[in-house]
Design a binder for this molecule. Structure first.
Ligand SMILES: Nc1ncnc2c1ncn2[C@@H]1O[C@H](COP(=O)(O)OP(=O)(O)O)[C@@H](O)[C@H]1O
Length: 460
């Protein structure tokens, strides 16, 4: 078995931080050499949520970012056996985000590295992931976890993993969204082309990350569009439930580069946003966030970005999952059933919603907007249609492990998915084995910070 051969001789742990635009988590992974029990595949032990918002919110308080990680690091130290912390104390680190040269991001990174340095782990430094890496590592995670499922369900296929169709990955974060898949045609635009050689097989992927098209920023853009269409500080919001009302200042609404404030707007002005619960108008408003015309340069996603037609099965996770899960739409319902559910949800009034879902108040007012946003993004943006719709699997987890970039990042860092076919390495290059295994022994910490807000603040 491919994966068995690569395993370290005992249980190892890897820690990866994911500091997103809206939240931060520490993922604790474990893998073992034990053939009978789990055949050495990586599994997630725990995902610890750092209290408070994403580390990126700490751009003006880098020390606070370091301190915010401590409860999760303490938790990890309880899980990873003490002797392992000292014997195998290497934890590579990384920082998820966009702009490597943002000085604020660097400061946050430095503080975070300092905080991790106080723990008995060998921290290898954090770095910022590009949007394309975020998409690609998500794709590796999905396909690593799904291969495992194939192994157990379709032993035959496992013998010939190259016969198994890889899955595409759809990730909806707070600030950006990524689409990554293996198209049936050559990728014509080098900027969106990603190449991997895994287990001796070549994968030529399409991957693109759309900045500002994550869930939180999209909702902000939507509100800005509605504000600019209204001539008064009273904004009617067709995607918010009837009876829902909130106030937001012009300064808060335009605090990100995803939305450009009109010159006439005075920052101190407070806007009153009132829900009208009108699904048809909501759909129309959401479509205004996109430019769907492709121009002359061939197939595209949206805003003129090249994209070959979607192909194969897809996993849609993070923001794609949360809202669809809330609406009970993660069971492969048909597109028409999804539309009916979303329309009728959008017509429910706020008082009734609050009574029905008292535990979901944090996001309750957003579910209609986000449902329309997801439908528009997938159908008009990524160009799924009523036939390919059924190829999208809305999931948070596979094999008891959260789907996101962190696992793929760790697998890549620890070289757990080798580029070359295993027989070759095994048969002819024992030295590489020692190298691979000792590298595995150097466990992990990784990941920090989607630096959106920094970038935003920096560009301000
Ligand atoms: N339970 C939930 N219901 C609805 N939306 C959610 C829920 N949890 C998180 N979100 C939103 O989903 C989006 C994506 O989440 P996540 O992938 O954690 O973002 P990031 O990593 O960019 O912080 C964010 O905008 C976040 O606010």
């Amino acid at each position: 078995n491919v994966k068995d051969v690569l395993l370290p001789p005992s249980t190892k742990y890897g820690l990866v931080f994911d500091a997103g635009s809206t939240h931060t988590s520490l993922y604790i992974y474990r893998w073992r050499a034990d053939k009978e029990n789990g055949t050495g595949i990586v599994s997630q032990v725990e995902a610890c949520s750092v209290s408070g918002p994403g580390i990126s919110s700490y751009a003006d308080d880098p020390a606070g970012a370091g301190a915010s990680l401590k409860p999760c690091l303490d938790r990890a130290m309880k899980i990873v056996p003490a002797e392992q912390q000292r014997e195998n104390p290497t934890y590579p680190g990384a920082l998820a985000g966009r702009e490597e040269n943002s000085s604020k991001a660097e400061q946050v990174l430095a503080e975070v590295s300092k905080a991790i340095g106080e723990y008995p782990v060998d921290f290898r430094g954090a770095r910022i992931l590009t949007g394309s890496e975020e998409g690609s590592f998500g794709w590796i995670t999905v396909n690593y976890l799904l291969e495992t499922l194939v192994k157990f369900s379709f032993a035959e296929k496992w013998e010939h993993p190259q016969d198994t169709e890889v899955l595409g990955a759809l990730d909806l974060g707070g600030a950006s969204t990524q689409i990554t898949f293996q198209p049936g045609v050559p990728v014509e635009d080098r900027n969106t082309s990603v190449f991997f050689r895994l287990y001796g097989t070549n994968y030529s992927l399409y991957s693109h990350s759309y900045l500002c098209y994550g869930q939180s920023q999209a909702l902000k853009m939507l509100l800005a569009v509605l504000h600019q269409a209204s001539s008064s500080p009273q904004i009617k919001h067709p995607c918010y439930p009837q009876g829902y009302q909130e106030n937001i200042s012009v300064a808060e609404l335009y605090d990100s580069p995803c939305v450009r404030a009109p010159s006439s707007a005075s920052p101190g002005l407070v806007l009153t946003v009132t829900g009208t619960g009108d699904p048809a108008a909501c759909g129309t408003a959401v479509r205004r966030l996109f430019n769907f015309s492709c121009g002359a340069q061939g197939p595209c996603g949206f805003n003129g970005v090249y994209q070959p037609p979607v192909r194969g099965q897809f996993f849609a996770f993070a923001g794609f999952y949360y809202t669809f899960n809330f609406l009970n739409l993660t069971r492969q319902q048909s597109l028409s059933e999804v539309n009916t559910t979303v329309f009728s949800f959008c017509r429910r009034n706020w008082t009734e919603l609050v009574q029905s879902f008292p535990k979901d108040l944090k996001y309750l007012h957003t579910y209609c907007s986000v449902a329309f946003y997801i439908l528009t993004l997938l159908l008009d943006g990524f160009k799924f249609n009523e036939h390919t719709w059924s190829n999208i699997h809305f999931s948070r987890q596979a094999a008891n492990t959260d789907i996101g970039w962190t696992l793929g990042f760790m697998l890549n860092l620890t070289n757990m998915i080798p580029a070359e076919a295993l027989q070759q390495v095994k048969g002819h290059q024992p030295g590489l084995w020692a190298g691979a295994i000792s590298f595995l022994v150097l466990t992990i910490v990784a990941g920090l910070v989607a630096v959106f807000l920094h970038c935003f603040w920096k560009t301000k």
